[in-house]
Design a protein around this ligand. Structure first.
Ligand code: GAL
Length: 371
């Protein structure tokens, strides 16, 4: 009889090769900001303008899937998801939210879909994804917030709606400060107030954004509004699928983009950027004792060479580090608008000095920097 053993051994060898047990993809033990960062398939991670949600021992990173060239600045594919146990090594989980081939759909292929962020709603047990949406062929004119949900972290996410938030609603004022006086739509006091009043009937513009869940389960949507002049921080409904109408305006008229929020010892912190498109500018940070403010402007958290341009990046998210108390990772994008897919990730540790934020460049680092 024919001997099938060599064939069988060859089959086993090929299976091992396929499953990455032989010649496996190298595992990372450090962060190397600005360098190519490969996933489990050896492909540079494609999750730009992203954010991370932690559920049951796994981190899920969601971001804009970009393609090559300038066309990659528009959404040709959707939102990409990766999972990780250790934050260094990421498994490709595929496209969590797909753009639609129906060109009349809000999230039609070729629209602009930016800065997707996912949060988990413990009550409804749904994963909720918010993003900045610009309708197909309309440049950055629509300035809408979009929302999608899924039963599983990795999706598939179903698109629900997109709109401009808080139509007909005036801001909430926890405290009035000279920088944040009541907006008077009979006589707008400045340019930004003018845009606010113009958009009052139809809803406020919503561009660069993040979402944040507080310890009590309440969620907030923070977005660049008023032609990017002023940031809004708006409460979401208990199901996280809409806005309650309660919101504040932050740093009126000062053009803050790329917001990322976190909380440490009961104090709220926010890092953001200025407004210069894909080109880097100085980062800025704020702090507040209450989520509804007042938010105090604290200047640039970055120090050392490159700090005046956020080391070439722009903030996207701040992630509490695993298993450590009061340790946070600053996540930024180094955009490549001419070849969008080549955008790089700058992750750096956040240091606290007497309750002041400090972000320094590091070529290579790992989680052991956190005490
Ligand atoms: C940036 C913004 C990005 C993208 C870009 C387009 O300022 O942070 O998310 O919208 O502008 O030029």
């Amino acid at each position: 009889m024919h001997n099938r053993l060599p064939l069988f051994l060859w089959f086993i060898f090929c299976s091992l090769l396929n499953s990455n047990l032989v010649f496996s993809q190298k595992t990372y033990q450090n962060f190397t900001p600005g360098k190519i960062w490969k996933d489990n398939n050896g492909v540079h991670i494609n999750a730009h303008g992203g954010g991370i949600v932690y559920v049951q021992g796994l981190y899920y990173w969601f971001g804009e899937h970009k393609i090559e060239g300038e066309k990659g600045n528009t959404a040709q594919v959707g939102v990409h998801c990766y999972s990780s146990k250790d934050l260094y090594n990421w498994k490709d989980e595929g496209i969590a939210l797909k753009v639609s081939s129906d060109l009349r759909n809000d999230i039609a292929k070729g629209c602009i879909l930016e800065r997707p962020k996912v949060i988990y709603n413990k009550k409804t047990r749904k994963f909720v994804m918010w993003f900045h949406l610009e309708l197909l062929g309309k440049g950055y004119e629509a300035a809408r917030a979009g929302v999608a949900t899924a039963d599983k972290a990795t999706g598939p996410y179903s698109f629900i709606k997109s709109y401009r938030p808080n139509a007909g609603k005036l801001p909430f004022y926890a405290a009035l400060t000279p920088e944040n006086e009541k907006v008077n739509c009979d006589k707008p006091a400045n340019k930004s107030d003018g845009f606010f009043c113009r958009d009052l009937p139809g809803g406020q513009m919503a561009r660069d954004m993040t979402v944040f869940v507080d310890d009590n389960g309440k969620a907030y949507h923070v977005f660049s509004s008023e032609e990017n002049y002023t940031l809004h921080l708006a409460e979401l409904t208990p199901d996280y699928l809409g806005h309650t109408g309660k919101f504040i305006r932050i740093y009126v008229g000062q053009q803050t983009e790329a917001p990322a929020l976190f909380k440490k010892n009961g104090i709220y912190y926010m890092v953001g950027s200025g407004c210069t498109g894909w080109a880097p500018n100085p980062a800025r940070w704020f702090k507040a004792k209450s989520i509804f403010g007042p938010w105090e402007y604290m200047g640039n958290p970055c120090v050392g060479p490159g700090s005046e341009k956020t080391f070439g990046g722009q903030s996207t998210h701040v992630l509490p580090a695993p298993g450590k108390k009061n340790a946070f990772i600053f996540m930024a994008d180094k955009w490549e608008p001419k070849n969008a897919i080549d955008g790089r990730y700058l992750w750096l540790p956040i240091q606290f000095e007497e309750n002041k934020l400090k972000i320094e460049w590091s070529d290579r680092w790992n989680l052991s920097v956190f005490k």
